[in-house]
Design a protein around this ligand. Structure first.
Ligand code: AMP
Length: 213
């Protein structure tokens, strides 16, 4: 099963993608995570991507498409995958489509986790992340056991640069301009399913599993 998660930054698609990956035993592929791992390891790709990420801008398609296609070509993606944060532009979606077509494959579902902008801004300012192990928390919804400390590895939690208020506004603007058109794109392919992302995360997941079966 090949699934794409759509939704504004902070809509909770990453959380849902992880839950889907676990239930359906398919890899969770997040381009944001791949970029962050590269930044942490100080790779050339990471340094280049960081320039855009810190401003809430999209990393150029040339860089993004290649890392994604390399990732889904790996053996563990043979039975499918859930894409989180890719595609984010129509050209990215088209390249993915072409690559899959060549293999005689296709995306089965594009799941749109729908949350209004005003909820997003509130949610993202409460996010906290562990830069060491990648775990994420939320001051209101998923608080760490000890304030400011990662439950998984004990490192300090921070508000990621790309979750800061000004960056969030930029990310929302970029989302509406460049990513939202994908809703129409996948509607046209007959695979778009929209779920209400404002409800409790378990209820969002129940709506998704009702679709996926
Ligand atoms: P995420 O963790 O998915 O919210 O991604 C964090 C940041 O990584 C985004 O704000 C972008 O700067 C960059 N990024 C992640 N995925 C993509 C993509 N498919 N295309 C362009 N930039 C991306």
């Amino acid at each position: 099963m090949k699934i794409i998660m759509l939704g504004a930054p902070g809509a909770g698609k990453g959380t849902q993608a992880k839950m889907i990956a676990e239930k359906y035993q398919i890899p969770h592929v997040s381009t944001g995570d791949i970029f962050r791992a590269n930044i942490k390891n100080g790779t050339e790709l990471g340094m280049e991507a960081k320039k855009y990420m810190d401003q809430g801008l999209l990393v150029p398609d040339e860089l993004t498409v290649k890392i994604l296609l390399d990732r889904v070509a790996q053996a563990d993606c043979g039975q499918g995958y859930v894409l989180d944060g890719f595609p984010r532009t129509i050209p990215q979606a088209e390249v993915l489509d072409e690559a899959l077509n060549k293999l005689g494959e296709q995306i089965d579902y594009a799941i749109n986790v729908d949350v209004p902008d005003e909820n997003i801004v509130k949610r993202m300012s409460g996010r906290r992340a562990c830069l060491k192990c990648g775990a994420t928390f939320h001051l209101e919804h998923v608080p760490p056991k000890a304030e400011g400390i990662c439950d998984s590895c004990g490192s300090e939690l921070v508000l990621r640069d790309d979750d800061k208020a000004e960056t969030v506004q930029n990310r929302l603007r970029v989302y509406h301009e460049q990513t939202q058109p994908l809703i129409e794109f996948y509607t046209g392919k007959g695979i778009l399913k929209t779920v209400d992302g404002t409800v409790d995360m378990q209820d969002v997941f129940a709506a998704i599993t009702a679709i996926l079966g």
